[in-house]
Design a protein around this ligand. Structure first.
Ligand code: ZN
Ligand code: ZN
Length: 274
């Protein structure tokens, strides 16, 4: 199984980093986790088009994780040769978000149907599955388990454990450490966590920015979760503030004080095998 950090950014615009999204691939599956800013551009750079996706998994409904879901839906639709549904798994209210997205796309959908009368005769088909912690299902040969995370006051939020043969990766999404995340991560080959540097965030005297401290894992906390759960590899993403070129070793060293396994971080399109 390969894990590609398609977008390593956050809500803060950064020309070098797309919004949060991660691609998990096996020889036969391509699964997108979250769909942040510029996700389709990064997917293309990773050699994957939306029409090639088996499913999209959404960890929570914060806009930075969803802002380009409309592009995934539209590009999947216009590049499909036949009416093929795009399956999106997400927490409760996922249906509401997809319905609103499709409503916003209504003029575009009508224009394309009216123009491509012979070759595009169906509206976008999106199959939404709202998930709960504890749910288990399969996407092709990949087994998926849903776990509860703590990103309050954003509720509900979930993490996903993906298992393919003997490989296993947990996509933690946003949130602070909690028992249910520890349990989901137990013994996983890799754990992807969105992180912030509290030491740097605290330097910025802006109340709205400081507010984010209480519902995101710090680099230290992500490393502690990885150590408690005994995961093989810690993969860090969604860097707040944005990790600057040359700072990778500094960020890695902070995590390494708490976790002795391999620590992966980097630019968009960083890929690691699990
Ligand atoms: Zn986020
Ligand atoms: Zn969030």
């Amino acid at each position: 199984m390969d894990v590609t950090l398609l977008g390593t950014g956050s809500p803060l615009p950064d020309p070098r980093r797309a919004g949060p999204s991660t691609l998990v691939t096996t020889p036969t599956e391509r699964i997108l986790v979250d769909a942040g800013r510029a996700v389709v551009m990064r997917l293309a750079a990773a050699g994957t088009l939306p029409v090639m996706l088996n499913a999209v998994l959404v960890t929570h409904l914060h806009s930075d994780h969803l802002t380009d879901l409309n592009d995934v839906i539209t590009t999947h639709w216009v590049m499909s040769g036949q009416p093929t549904p795009l399956t999106i798994y997400g927490p409760p209210r996922m249906s509401e978000v997809v319905a609103g997205t499709l409503a916003a796309l209504a003029p575009d959908i009508s224009y394309r149907l009216a123009h491509h009368t012979d070759t595009l005769t169906w509206e976008p088909r999106v199959n939404v599955v709202e998930v709960q912690p504890g749910d288990e299902f399969t996407i092709g040969a990949v087994a998926v388990k849903v776990g509860k995370t703590d990103h309050r006051p954003v509720e509900p939020t979930v993490a996903y454990r993906l298992t393919h043969e003997s490989s296993c990766v947990v996509l933690g999404g946003d949130g602070i450490p909690c028992d249910t995340l520890d349990e989901l991560c137990r013994g996983a080959g890799a754990y992807v966590q969105t992180v912030l540097r509290d030491d740097l965030v605290k330097l910025i005297p802006n109340k709205r920015f400081l507010d984010i401290l209480d519902y995101h894992s710090t680099v230290e906390q992500a490393a502690q979760t990885a150590a408690r759960a005994g995961v093989g590899k810690l993969i860090l993403t969604h860097y707040v503030p944005s990790m600057q070129p040359g700072q990778e070793d500094e960020w890695r060293a902070i995590a390494a004080r708490h976790f002795s396994g391999e620590i992966v971080l980097g630019d968009d399109l960083t890929t690691t095998s699990v």
